[in-house]
Design a protein around this ligand. Structure first.
Ligand SMILES: [Zn+2]
Ligand SMILES: [Zn+2]
Length: 329
């Protein structure tokens, strides 16, 4: 029996839509105006974009001449508030003993007429919580109000997987965040993903920019196998895991058949299979490290007994692309 990851079902001849799910503008603490940020994405081949300014909801296409589809959204957050002054008068957050830091959640939602409870420019307060159990009711409310949610930048939030792995209803979590990678050398979010997948949590991975400075934008995106470039089709495809993430390489197929995982992609130097079994498997280009990438297909003959597997494709510039998982159990 063949199991094909949903991104690659029935789309061989259709280019997937390129989209950005997390960015900031001068509507919150981003450097570019909404018009500038949208135009930059259009110049970089994006088909859709969500302007996810902090706790400030947006539906508007501020640069309508671009024809880009704006996916409604914002970034919501919760943390260990309130801040308190310690003995030295320094402001610190009132962390609990588990070392909990904060939760950031990108919300994307349908058009107003399709069940989105929020208004243009609606503002939200941060959730005042100290644990994932306390944050869950806020997530539940976002979902009830029509939002799909992404768990953001776990490494930047200093939040180990065990402190967010019980959150329910996130369709995805960030596995790459360009802003965190560029500014803070934090590029290990995908490892947190495997922690969740290994515990049996079914969750997709998304690459985003979380662009604040202009040079953060257009570095990490999703490729979505959507029926057409409308908000409802994009959200439906995202919800079904019909997408992959990339900082450069393209992925054309990923499936499991007869004990083998097979991946096809643009020129790569390495293709790595991640699963809940040791050892991690990797295919390398025949020309080896440092030479031109020339790997466009890999087969991993693993037999049976895997719960899930996913693939990372790495090109000669070191840029990654990530499939969503195939689940076998
Ligand atoms: Zn954030
Ligand atoms: Zn952000």
């Amino acid at each position: 029996m063949m199991i094909r990851q949903a991104a690659f079902a029935g789309n061989k001849n259709n280019p997937m839509l390129k989209g950005g799910l997390h960015c900031h503008t001068t509507r919150s603490d981003g450097h570019g105006t909404p018009e500038e940020v949208i135009r930059l994405h259009k110049e970089n081949g994006y088909d859709f974009l969500a302007l996810t300014d902090h706790r400030f909801y947006n539906y508007t296409n501020f640069a309508p001449e671009t024809g880009i589809t704006i996916v409604p959204g914002m970034e919501y957050d919760g943390g260990g508030f309130p801040t308190v002054a310690d003995n030295d008068g320094l402001l610190t957050q009132a962390f609990d003993s588990t070392g909990f830091r904060c939760f950031h959640t990108v919300c994307i939602g349908p058009e107003k007429e399709n069940g989105n409870a929020y208004e243009q420019d609606q503002r939200f307060d941060s959730a005042r919580v100290k644990s994932q159990e306390e944050y869950q009711p806020y997530l539940d409310k976002l979902h009830a109000d029509g939002q799909m949610t992404i768990y953001c930048h776990p490494e930047w939030s200093s939040t180990p997987a065990r402190y967010f792995s019980k959150l329910k209803g996130n369709f995805a979590m960030e596995i790459w965040n360009s802003g965190c990678a560029i500014e803070d050398d934090m590029d290990t979010d995908a490892a947190y993903w495997d922690e969740l997948l290994g515990q049996g949590v079914r969750i997709n991975g998304v690459a985003t920019d979380d662009g604040h400075a202009m040079y953060h934008h257009c570095k990490g995106w999703v490729r979505v196998n959507a029926k057409d470039n409308t908000v409802s089709s994009i959200l439906a495809a995202l919800n079904e895991g019909k997408f992959y993430s990339s900082c450069g390489p393209e992925i054309y197929d990923f499936y499991f058949e007869d004990g083998k995982f097979v991946v096809e992609c643009s020129d790569a130097q390495k293709i790595r299979l991640h699963a809940d079994k040791h050892p991690t498997r990797i295919a390398r280009s025949t020309t080896g490290g440092g030479a031109d990438g020339n790997l466009t297909r890999a087969e991993f003959n693993v037999g049976n007994g895997y719960s899930y597997a996913r693939v990372t494709v790495i090109d000669k510039e070191g840029r990654h692309a990530w499939t969503n998982p195939i689940y076998l159990k």
